[in-house]
Design a binder for this molecule. Structure first.
Ligand code: AMP
Length: 173
């Protein structure tokens, strides 16, 4: 299936110059969304994963469905101030300013082996901070999965040392 054709490109959102990859057009397509979840389940069935980690918020849509398909638990990484219990947190640079993400302290431990899921890899800051949080708990990052990689940005270089899989690689803006 040509998944890229299912993703709507929205120019100048949320600000001038950004080509926003809108996955809602893929999600609302019965065949395409199910196809992606099938790819995920086929890829990670038998990998010995104990949890799926999803990044707020679009990582939840793919990560939760994968956790269900594999019959294992789902762990959210969320923006600061959203998780109610004790958290570990990490800040990282955005194009303008800084962002902080959090993980419940007791969500993962040494015996866990996880895949981290997000919709899109751009500069890699979000995934790098998420992977660092996961490793801080003692858990093993088996792989990082994204639906779309913007390969003209240095995201993959930022994630050196991790295995990264992208279903769709976009080479130019
Ligand atoms: P980054 O930390 O730069 O890799 O940014 C990744 C996060 O920002 C992902 O969670 C994406 O949802 C979002 N994002 C960044 N750039 C885009 C884009 N061009 N289109 C859609 N989402 C984007």
């Amino acid at each position: 299936m040509d998944l890229l054709s299912k993703i709507r490109n929205v120019p100048n959102f949320p600000k001038p110059g950004i080509q926003f990859k809108d996955i809602t057009s893929l999600l609302q397509d019965d065949g395409a969304y199910n196809h992606v979840i099938g790819l995920l389940a086929d890829r990670y069935r038998g990998a010995g994963l104990t949890k799926v980690v999803g990044i707020e918020s679009r990582g939840f849509i793919f990560g939760a469905a994968l956790a269900h398909a594999l019959g294992i638990g789902f762990v959210p990484v969320r923006k600061q101030g959203k998780l109610p219990s004790d958290c570990i947190s990490r800040s990282y640079e955005l194009e303008y300013g800084e962002a902080t993400i959090e993980l419940h302290t007791d969500a993962l431990g040494k015996s866990d082996r996880v895949v981290i899921i997000d919709d899109l890899l751009a500069t890699g800051g979000t995934l790098e901070a998420s992977a660092a949080l996961v490793r801080q708990t003692g858990a093993t990052v088996y792989e990082i999965w994204v639906l779309i990689e913007l390969a003209f940005l240095p995201g993959r270089a930022k994630l050196k040392g991790y295995d990264v899989h992208a279903e769709i690689v976009v080479d130019s803006e």
